[in-house]
Design a protein around this ligand. Structure first.
Ligand code: PLP
Length: 426
């Protein structure tokens, strides 16, 4: 068979199954094109994308401004490595640090790499600034966290499937239940070796758990009191997804640094990924002030691709789109409408027990066991009806469309979701 020969979706799925590692379990839909809130499969069927590549495509598929930046820069200079300076990185660094209100950024590629970077910075800071004895630093994490797939990161996961037979694991982590300030306080008061608290402001992968109001602010206050770094992993919640530029911005929709707002909880280290590039290119970032970032010296950390001019150009354009198109405000408004409509439906539903979320990061909980295939079957039916979404854990379906969605499109999606759910009502 010629590699150029047109083949159908079953054959394409069979190729992935035969030649690719089986580390994912995708819905049987083969996509070949995307534009805005829509994607098309190889047979030309059109779908609403209600996952946005796990919140990476916040700006919509193939956003013209981001694609233009990609093409222009790809024709000019793509990769220099950090052995040399390039003419895009410094400007991007100035732009992103100003946007988020930090002294410095350390550019990486994937979310997991950025989390690893934050852990390394935090530990080094603990030994060189806080004065913890070498190898004794502890980073507090939350149960049911998701921060990526590297061996260090899965060391502090409590997802059995993510960990099984990948040991031995890294030491230096202690877990508290999510949204539990008392447990954090207890740990901080009883262990002088705590260097940082790593937290998702909303636990996305776990099933879109929004903590109680004040949790993030109180956790930061405790960290400050105990000279512990408050590290926010906004890889999934950031870049306007939850109705503000960052989830730690609280109720502010200003789409730029929020230091003046009383709802803002400023992290000591901020971790970004995914939508930093609008899903066009892998770009992640770790931001911190000089007093923390200064611990990293030449030769101590890096990545061949991190900070390349193509990434810098794409990320600059992608972040500009968020403000240009007021995507935080749109996410906030449409998120409220989505939950309102879903709650109206749920009142008389036997199949859905609740909807929760913030901005356009939402989930519904299906009234069945975690082991059941009901949520998966609902997602198959949703696809048949023209909307793509995926279960997170067993009976939870995450809904995260591109933030450029219009109200009319959202209402259309709500009616697809409701009519699909009705097929499953008992
Ligand atoms: N952190 C959080 C909160 C995430 O949701 C994810 C991915 O879903 C990651 C980190 C890892 O990002 P990546 O898949 O780009 O490594």
């Amino acid at each position: 068979m010629s590699v150029l020969e047109k083949i159908n979706s079953e054959e394409l799925i069979a190729l992935e199954s035969q030649y690719g590692a089986h580390n994912y379990h995708p819905l049987p839909v083969v996509l070949s094109r995307g534009e805005g809130v829509y994607v098309w499969d190889v047979d030309g069927k059109k779908y609403y994308d209600f996952l946005s590549a796990y919140s990476a495509v916040n700006q919509g598929h193939c956003h013209p401004k981001i694609i233009n930046a990609l093409i222009t820069q790809a024709q000019t200079l793509t990769l220099t490595s950090r052995a040399f300076f390039n003419d895009k990185l410094g400007k991007y660094e100035q732009f992103i640090t100003d946007l988020f209100g930090f002294d410095k950024v350390l550019p990486m590629n994937t979310g997991a790499e950025a989390v690893e970077t934050a852990i390394k910075i935090c530990r080094k800071w603990a030994y060189e600034s806080k004065g913890i004895d070498e190898h004794e630093a502890v980073i507090v994490v939350c149960e049911n966290n998701f921060h990526g797939r590297t061996t260090t990161i899965i060391s502090f996961s409590n997802d059995a499937n993510a960990r099984k037979n990948f040991g031995p694991f890294s030491d230096g982590f202690a877990a508290i239940p999510y949204d539990d300030v008392q447990s954090l306080q207890l740990l901080l008061e009883n262990n002088k070796n705590i260097a940082g608290f790593l937290v998702e402001p909303i636990q996305g992968e776990a099933g879109v758990y929004v903590p109680s109001e004040g949790f993030i602010a109180k956790a930061k206050e405790l960290c400050k009191k105990h000279n512990v770094l408050f590290i926010a992993d906004e890889v999934q919640t950031g870049i306007a997804r939850t109705g503000s530029l960052l989830a730690v911005c609280g109720d502010c929709t200003c789409e730029s640094k929020c230091e003046q707002q009383n709802t803002y909880t400023r992290p000591d280290i901020l971790i970004l990924g995914k939508a930093v590039s609008g899903g066009v290119y892998p770009v992640s970032a770790v931001l911190a002030d000089d007093s923390i970032m200064h611990v990293i010296k030449p030769g101590q950390h890096g990545s061949t691709f991190g900070g390349n001019p193509l990434a810098a150009a794409v990320a600059t354009a992608a972040l500009e789109v968020i403000a240009d198109e007021h995507l935080a405000q749109n996410a906030r408004r449409l998120g409220k409408l989505f939950r309102l409509k879903m709650n109206e439906y749920i009142q008389n539903s036997t199949i859905v027990s609740l909807v929760r979320g913030k901005g356009l990061l939402n989930a519904i909980v299906i009234n069945d066991t975690e082991q059941s295939s009901t949520a998966w079957n609902i997602c198959l039916k949703l696809a048949e009806n023209g909307l793509l979404a995926k279960p997170t854990h067993g009976n939870i379906i995450r809904f995260a469309p591109p933030l450029i969605m219009t109200e009319e499109q959202l209402l259309d999606c709500v009616s697809i979701i409701i009519s699909t759910l009705q097929e499953f009502e008992k």
